[in-house]
Design a protein around this ligand. Structure first.
Ligand code: F6P
Length: 320
């Protein structure tokens, strides 16, 4: 193998740059050439592809976003779109591909491999942490820390005004950002899609804790479970409390990656190059029990990430 390519696809995540840097530098260390594909599969279709060198990845390990830019591309989901990609694989002499993204991006990589036999290695890059067979995805830790910082700030004003705050966080169909940030931020209630919630119970708890002297509350809601605005309305109606809603939105996707995300991304990027060099294909680099490991990509795509029930129960106990 002489030349590989790397792309980032789907929603950006802090730490993607650290992963690109690791792929480029590890590949060059082993004498390989690296091409950077811009805007995910869109750039692959449109031949927006450039050679990368040691300097292309200077000064990026600490930066959020992705220097390669990213996109969600509909055309790539069609056979015709992938045929255009194949033309560029041949034109640019690409012999292996590293895809950094979420499960939609992984499915694209699998389709490309099935049709054109291009060796593919994927890295889980998404703030949602909704990828199976890995404890963490690149960007999750930073996003959770951003949410916790927001909770801290909102708690200051919530306590001053004796208000109930509903904080809606991202995560698609999973509640991992909500669960981790809610536990770390000491939220009074956490609403996630994995477990049914009972608004009556949430309100009774709020009333009880106010009677016991609590002046304010923070409720973290995962976007996949309910709308923060609707939860806010219901609580206000049922309790009469002064209720405010904050939707954190895309600020959860930005910012300097945490040290954990930088290290995770560096280890995963390096492992991806090792796997391609040793002839591996259709693998995702996962992180389990402190180790980076190669996992079958189809298995990753076919399994749903499980949430830790113990952590959810603990958050409930500690918020009493
Ligand atoms: O998958 C990452 C994510 O930030 C989700 O948490 C969120 O639902 C979605 O992307 C938002 O996507 P977009 O930036 O396209 O609005």
């Amino acid at each position: 193998m002489q030349r590989i390519a790397v792309l980032t696809s789907g929603g950006d995540a802090p730490g993607m740059n650290a992963a690109i840097r690791a792929v480029v530098r590890k590949a060059i260390y082993h004498g390989l050439e690296v091409m950077g594909i811009k805007r995910g599969y869109s750039g692959f279709i449109e031949a927006d592809i450039e050679p990368m060198n040691l300097r292309s990845v200077t000064d990026i390990i600490h930066r959020g976003g992705t220097i390669l830019h990213t996109a969600r591309n509909e055309q790539f989901k069609t056979g015709q779109g992938r045929a255009m990609v194949w033309e560029n694989i041949e034109r640019f002499g690409i012999q292996g591909l590293v895809v950094i993204g979420g499960d939609g991006s992984f499915k694209g990589a699998l389709a490309l491999n099935a049709e054109y036999h291009l060796p593919v290695i994927c890295l889980p890059g998404t703030i949602d942490n909704d990828i199976s067979e890995t404890d963490y995805t690149i960007g999750f830790d930073t996003a959770v820390n951003s949410v916790v910082e927001a909770i801290n700030k909102i708690r200051d004003t919530a306590s001053s005004h004796e208000r109930t705050f509903i904080i809606e966080v991202m995560g698609r169909e999973t509640g991992l950002i909500a669960l981790h940030s809610g536990l770390a931020g000491g939220a009074e209630s956490i609403i996630i899609p994995e477990y049914p919630y009972d608004i009556e119970k949430i309100c009774s708890r709020l009333i009880r804790s106010y009677r016991q002297g609590s002046s304010h509350s923070i409720i973290v809601v995962a976007e996949g479970a309910a709308s923060g605005v609707e939860i806010g309305k219901e609580i206000k109606q049922r309790t009469g409390f002064d209720t405010k809603v904050t939707i954190l939105g895309h600020l959860q996707r930005g910012g300097n990656p945490s040290a954990f995300d930088r290290i995770l991304a560096s280890m995963m990027g390096s492992k991806a190059v090792e796997l391609l060099m040793s002839g591996e294909n259709k693998k995702m680099v996962g992180y389990t029990d402190g180790q980076v490991v190669a996992i079958d990509l189809e298995q990753v795509c076919n399994r749903k990430k499980k949430i830790d029930l113990n952590m959810y129960t603990l958050a409930g106990i500690l918020s009493m």
